[in-house]
Design a protein around this ligand. Sequence first.
Ligand SMILES: C[S@@+](CC[C@H](N)C(=O)[O-])C[C@H]1O[C@@H](n2cnc3c(N)ncnc32)[C@H](O)[C@@H]1O
Length: 256
Amino acid sequence: MSNNPILCGAPVLVGPGILPDQNSTTADDTISQHLQVDAVLHYATSRVIPQQTMDEIKVSFDILKSLTPCNFLVFGLGHDSFMWSSINPRGTTLFLEEDPKWVRAILAHLPFLHANHVNYRTKLFEAEKLIEHYYNEPDCSASKSFLRGNHKCKLALDMLPNEVYDKEWDVIMIDGPKGYFDKAAGRMSAIYSAAVMARNRRGSGVTNVVLHDVDRDVEKVYAELFLCRKNLVKGVGRLWHFQISPASDVNTTDFC
Ligand SMILES: C[S@@+](CC[C@H](N)C(=O)[O-])C[C@H]1O[C@@H](n2cnc3c(N)ncnc32)[C@H](O)[C@@H]1O
């Protein structure tokens, strides 16, 4: 083991006596391998395990494996975050978390994770009213589809860091914010905003959206309304996987 450059943090030799160019792919590969080995060590020695089941995790794992390096946006920070980052080591993995204390707690142990705190402006008990609001507020319409500066549409996440608006996200996982008690933020605006991001994609290909906890009514109803049954490609346990084409590829002025 002591000769393993990955575990020992020693520079990797690419030939007899040759050090890799620090700008080369080899250097990037080494960093990626470090992250992945560290993740193995972390989970092998942790008593706390992620909340998604193995079968559910495998859905996102397979998507990431086929797309990495990619842009991966995750709603909710948890014990699974290190795993997701390590599967996309050369891409961008950004976590959006509602609870500032939880962000600090996780970053104290895993400071290299890229996580931002987000203040949601909805509550779960408003879920039904927010559907009415969606139908009545022109700025919520699919034809307008914008988030940054969209203060009128309460479902639009208008307070995100600029990085979120400026990047095109290949994979979006919605496993937060909390949605299991009345005063929780609920996932309504995360689901709506993911649909807007997918719709506005300018690059090639689809946006993969994975939504957890679809056994709950709010997740189910909002998914049907914004992510759309026609885009549902897989359902495993309590997880749905959608592939959403940009609005420019499908001739519709509605989300579905
Ligand atoms: C369903 S959890 C996401 C859990 C994550 N997928 C995992 O496997 O750990 C959603 C939210 O619960 C909160 N949460 C999860 N675990 C927590 C903990 N141990 N302590 C405090 N808050 C937690 C965070 O606010 C997180 O965004």
